[in-house]
Design a protein around this ligand. Structure first.
Ligand SMILES: Nc1nc2c(c(=O)[nH]1)N[C@H]1C(S)=C(S)[C@@H](COP(=O)(O)OP(=O)(O)OC[C@H]3O[C@@H](n4cnc5c(N)ncnc54)[C@H](O)[C@@H]3O)O[C@H]1N2
Ligand code: MOO
Length: 363
């Protein structure tokens, strides 16, 4: 779809962003000073201000015009002499002779017309919007963010204030909308459903008019955890059935026949966050045709033990040449993730200083 620049942030380019004109589009002064031709001193013959075309005449050798940063450089100019290096007396400018082209941004120096500046699949961020505007675009051809419905399950969840005994505050309701947006989706609606009756979850999943349904809680094997049973009843195709990670092992991805993708995030909040980054993020990227780049590999300076056969996921902060574990990363506790710069995937047998893949967190 074609979308005005003001509404394209966070979406994905559906075609290459191509420069329709060279950039800069004209020879531009990079300094406030004097455009000079030939060897100095120079006779001052006029001025060039930004936003106006140059009237046309060529600057003769021995002549100079006062020029502002961003103004069109007159043809014939050899260089721009910064005002700090110039002395002016009686309509004459003196200063060092600069190498040809100094302080001139030449037409097409940043990019020639027709060059591809960003491939289809690039997420539209602030810099890309600015680049598109610099090129003269008013709108972009983008892919719609996949529509997501979130279903937060749990009879024990409270929505406000200090919870009563036996109840816990819903941490995932507030966490999911910005997280889904950060991972490239559009959360159209978020509903809370009780564990009992189990038909409530089925109703909420079946009612979803979305490409992706995220269910939190209910991923385990307890009597109140109905998601796996529901998916079996719906003859779902399993794409991921549990993950060899800690936390987050009950996470799942499946697709009931003719239905949306269902992502099951474990109820423990930090486990849910890690599963969202490892399962939901890649799914949304695929649905938006965003290529998944290789994860950055950075030395983890702390000692973090992962159980045999499992990848441990821990929040980390930048620390000079590497990252350090923050702590506060038990499955139900979001303290480390709230302070972390990234999630690190730590394999069994990792030694301090060895690189680990990182998933970046936005704060
Ligand atoms: N027999 C087994 N039991 C469990 C296993 C297992 O392998 N075998 N895995 C454990 C792990 S690990 C996790 S994680 C949980 C996943 O359980 P569910 O996804 O079914 O989630 P719940 O049982 O509903 O809740 C687990 C835990 O998280 C709290 N919770 C749930 N939703 C929220 C929320 N929105 N905000 C805050 N806290 C939430 C809930 O109160 C529970 O304490 O299963 C283990 N059991
Ligand atoms: O693996 Mo659970 O997902 O530890 O919290």
């Amino acid at each position: 779809m074609r979308t005005p620049l003001g509404r394209a942030a966070g979406l994905t380019l559906a075609e290459d962003l191509v420069a329709p004109t060279p950039l800069p589009a004209f020879d531009t002064s990079a300094m406030d000073g004097y455009a000079v031709a030939g060897d100095g001193p120079w006779t001052l013959t006029g001025s060039a201000r930004p936003g106006r075309p140059w009237p046309g005449e060529r600057l003769e050798n021995g002549h100079a015009v006062e020029i502002s940063t961003g103004a069109v450089v007159p043809p014939g100019a050899w260089a721009v002499l910064p005002v700090e290096s110039a002395t002016t007396t009686d309509g004459r400018v003196a200063g060092p002779v600069l190498e040809r082209g100094k302080h001139i941004r030449h037409t097409g120096e940043d990019t020639p017309a027709g060059a591809s500046l960003a491939p289809a699949g690039t997420p539209v961020g602030p810099a890309l919007l600015g680049l598109a505007a610099s090129c003269g675009y008013d709108e972009l051809l983008v892919r719609r963010a996949p529509a997501v419905r979130a279903i937060v399950t749990g009879d024990e969840l409270a929505q406000h204030g200090l919870p009563a005994p036996g109840r816990v505050r819903d941490a995932l309701g507030p966490l999911l909308p910005p997280l889904v947006a950060e991972l490239g989706g559009r959360l159209d609606d978020l509903v809370h459903v009780p564990d009992e009756p189990v038909s409530a979850l089925a109703k909420a999943v079946d009612a979803a008019d979305a490409e992706v349904v995220v269910v939190t809680g209910s991923t385990s094997v307890g009597v109140t955890d109905g998601l796996r049973r529901l998916l079996a009843e719906r003859d779902a195709r399993w794409i991921v059935d549990s993950v060899a990670s800690r936390p987050g092992h009950p996470a799942l991805l499946a697709r009931p026949r003719g239905g949306p993708y269902v992502v099951g995030l474990p109820g423990n909040p930090f486990a849910a966050l890690t599963a969202a980054h490892t399962l939901l993020g890649p799914l949304l990227a695929g649905l938006s045709c965003r290529p998944l780049g290789a994860l950055p590999q950075v030395p983890l300076l702390s000692r973090v033990r992962a159980p045999a056969g499992r990848t441990r996921i821990v929040p980390v902060v930048w620390d000079g040449a590497g990252v350090r574990a923050v702590g506060g990363d038990r499955p139900a506790f979001l303290n480390g993730a709230a302070l972390g710069d990234a999630l690190a995937a730590v394999p069994h047998g990792h030694e301090p200083g060895e690189p680990v893949p990182l998933m970046l967190l936005r704060r």
